[in-house]
Design a protein around this ligand. Structure first.
Ligand code: 1CP
Length: 345
């Protein structure tokens, strides 16, 4: 039967539901043997992202395996820096490597303008996935936050502490702000295209929020996320699209995250009970099981999942998810088990 109002969209509107909708960050990926089989055909991960038919197949794999309540576009956040000419490739065991990282303010000034048409392979993937999904399963489109994209673009690769990036910012604050505003404009055009192509919901990933102190977080990340959300809310194409904000272990309280005007806050597992209670009813909430729990026994998984479900059972608009993404070492059987026990709760 076609359900015109899926559970996931109801939760995003802060409806009180008896069973929460379920999806997982990084639900498509290396932990699934069916993913690894397709992945082995491509040397460079970004080449795989540039194939809309393959992206469609990959986005559907977790839906088929676990009957989840939402699908997420199969792509990556680094498509934007790649389209800006920074030449991103993924190297085995190293992750993303930029051939042309941002080294100076001149590099920021000389960036080519963002042309959203360069990422037409992403919008094609969105349309393919949307057409392949049953109508009751919404599709999430996404982008990295301007700050997270800036950090990769300056560092030129992944890092634990992004020292080069922090040094660049300290020495070139104006250049950093120029880069962040360029990336904010690019994110807006990119997300607008994803919504036009069929995305029902948007998630913004601030995956490197954790390396900023509270003042820097507001100044360099949340301010730009706020501008991005305002622009999306003011545009007729995206004004009704719910927006989820994920910030990894942010050095701020939940109130500050809510002030971005996101419709839903995706909680990291370290968020304390007091902060979670403050957010009750003000936005939808998503999360926040520690993905490491999925490496434990079924008994531990059930115990920890039920603690979370108990905590959120009176919250209007709650979505079950992890505090961050599924990791490659997780057994898919545990993901299946978790999904089943959440539905039984
Ligand atoms: O070799 C491989 O198979 C590549 C592994 C992989 C996958 C499956 C990467 C490389 N990206 C992805 C897909 C992906 N990336 C998705 C869609 C899949 C899904 O969620 O089901 C999404 C939403 C992302 C977003 C993404 N990419 C983020 C934000 C999410 C998060 O986990 O915080 C980040 C930080 C990236 C960068 C990235 N992509 C891939 C790697 C190895 C990295 C670097 C990670 C790091 O710096 O530690």
């Amino acid at each position: 039967m076609i359900n015109s109002n899926p559970l996931f969209l109801k939760a995003l509107k802060r409806e009180q539901l008896s069973t929460p909708p379920i999806w997982y960050m990084r639900q498509a990926g290396r932990y699934m043997p069916e993913y690894r089989k397709i992945r082995s055909k491509f040397k460079n991960f970004l080449d795989m992202c540039k194939d809309p038919e393959v992206c469609c197949e990959l986005a559907l794999q977790p839906i088929e395996a676990f009957s989840l309540d939402a699908a997420i576009l199969f792509s990556d956040i680094l498509t934007i820096p790649d389209a800006l000419g920074l030449k991103v490739k993924f190297v085995e065991k190293e992750g993303p490597i930029f051939e042309n990282p941002i080294k100076s303010v001149d590099d920021v000034n000389n960036l080519i303008p963002f042309d959203p048409e360069k990422l037409s392979y992403v919008y094609k993937a969105v349309t393919n996935i949307k057409n392949a999904l049953p109508s009751y399963i919404p599709l999430i489109g996404f982008c990295g936050s301007p700050w997270t994209l800036a950090a990769y673009s300056i560092e030129g690769r992944s890092s634990k502490s992004f020292d080069k990036t922090i040094k660049f910012i300290m020495n070139n604050m104006d250049g950093a702000h120029l880069l962040l505003s360029r990336l904010t404009d690019a994110c807006f055009l990119y997300l607008r295209k994803q919504v036009q192509a069929g995305a029902d919901v948007i998630q913004i990933f601030d995956s490197w929020a954790n390396i900023l102190d509270n003042k820097q977080l507001n100044n360099l990340s949340l301010n730009y996320i706020k501008s991005l959300i305002i622009a999306l809310k003011q545009d007729p194409v995206t004004s009704k699209t719910p927006i989820i904000l994920f910030a990894r272990e942010p050095s701020c309280d939940s109130k500050t995250l809510i002030e971005t005007s996101a419709d839903c806050i995706s909680l990291y597992w370290s968020m304390n009970d007091f902060d979670i209670d403050i957010a009750r009813g003000k936005t939808a909430l998503q999360g926040n099981l520690d993905p490491k729990i999925l490496l434990e026994s079924e008994e531990v998984i059930k115990n920890e999942a039920y603690k979370i479900l108990d905590r959120f059972k009176d919250f209007p608009g709650y979505i079950f998810n992890l505090g961050h993404g599924l990791t490659p070492d997780i057994n898919p059987e545990k993901v299946k088990y978790l999904t089943e026990i959440v539905r039984e709760f």
